[in-house]
Design a protein around this ligand. Structure first.
Ligand SMILES: NC(=O)c1ccc[n+]([C@@H]2O[C@H](COP(=O)([O-])OP(=O)(O)OC[C@H]3O[C@@H](n4cnc5c(N)ncnc54)[C@H](OP(=O)(O)O)[C@@H]3O)[C@@H](O)[C@H]2O)c1
Length: 289
């Protein structure tokens, strides 16, 4: 692990800052319905861009349709360098449950919904979100949904295809069918099942975008993490972000927050360099958990 992380990486045909922003937390509780204060949510989005973010992760199943609407209201017309990555492959039921939506009709409708709700003529990156299991990546063929997505790309509605919640085998199979711009799986300094996949993708120049980079709905807690943060006079979340940035140059970090204070703290983590002894201590958290 290098301790002088590069600041940008390729996402499809764009070069983006490695510290981006995940918009999921802007929807209402349980990622369902609108937020209590939509103006505050829009302010977070504007502050993210003002702070140098040029990669936003979203989906029309956040809300549903809520975060995309907030992004359009806050940021449209979009600055030229902004890359918005979205996801398809799931839908919400009336109670907010998450269901697969993998049919040709559902995938096609999802691309058109994202285009309309974001106010775009083509989507920069569309991740196909696998839903074979609610607990994480699971075996299953992505061939049919990927063929649908490849067709939408040929029509010019999608510029780059990514994968989410997938196994290394599914990534390999998908790459035989279409170019894959990025992989978005659960990964952070405690949850490191994808260590091998991160390194494999780095070798091929493909972005790896961890979801739950700070631990998700229950942010990471560890005495070691708190100890390292105290020693470096920063916060545990800043250390968690810096650890990801130092872990591999192809990692794009998309911490989610609905708070301006947290956003600023997260953006500041881009300049935090962890010394080797701190990295070794942090690596031990996953090894022992
Ligand atoms: N592909 C997928 O299946 C998938 C799944 C989940 C997420 N995602 C994407 O990944 C992005 C990131 O994941 P996430 O937002 O779920 O989880 P996360 O970034 O790991 O953590 C977000 C949580 O951390 C809190 N937080 C953020 N900054 C903080 C700080 N500086 N100090 C203390 N707490 C802080 C947030 O609360 P506050 O709002 O109070 O700051 C929120 O509760 C999402 O926004 C979404 O775009 C994708």
């Amino acid at each position: 692990m290098s301790n002088t992380p590069r600041t940008t990486w390729q996402l499809g045909d764009r070069t983006v800052n490695r510290l981006g922003y995940g918009a999921m937390q802007l929807a209402g509780p349980g990622v369902f319905g609108p937020p209590k204060d939509p103006a505050a949510a829009r302010a977070v989005l504007r502050a993210a861009l003002a702070g140098g973010v040029d990669h936003i992760d979203t989906s029309d199943f956040y809300g549903p349709h809520v975060t995309n609407g907030l992004i359009r209201e806050a940021l449209h017309p979009y600055p030229a360098g902004l890359c918005i990555a979205t996801k398809i492959g799931a839908r919400r039921d009336a109670q907010g449950g998450w269901l697969p939506a993998f049919s040709r009709e559902e995938l096609t409708a999802a691309v058109h919904d994202n285009l309309r709700n974001l106010g775009l003529e083509s989507l920069d990156v569309v991740n196909l979100r696998a839903m074979f299991s609610v607990h994480g990546p699971a075996e299953g063929s992505l061939e049919e949904p990927l063929a649908v997505l490849a067709g939408l790309r040929e029509q010019g509605l999608v510029r780059h295809i990514g994968l989410s919640n997938v196994t290394a085998g599914q990534v390999r199979d998908a790459r035989r069918m279409v170019p894959i711009a990025c992989v978005q799986n659960h990964y952070n300094l405690v949850h490191r099942d994808d260590d091998g996949l991160v390194d494999m993708l780095a070798t091929d120049g493909i972005a790896y975008v961890p979801f739950f980079p700070l631990g998700g709905f229950s942010p990471l807690q560890s005495a070691i993490l708190s100890g390292v943060a105290a020693r470096l006079e920063t916060t545990p979340m800043a250390v968690a972000i810096a650890w990801l940035l130092q872990r591999s140059p192809n990692i794009l970090v998309i911490p989610g927050t609905s708070s301006l204070v947290h956003l600023r703290e997260n953006l500041a983590a881009a300049s935090l360099v962890l010394p080797g002894d701190a990295v070794a201590e942090l690596d031990a958290i996953a090894a022992t958990s």
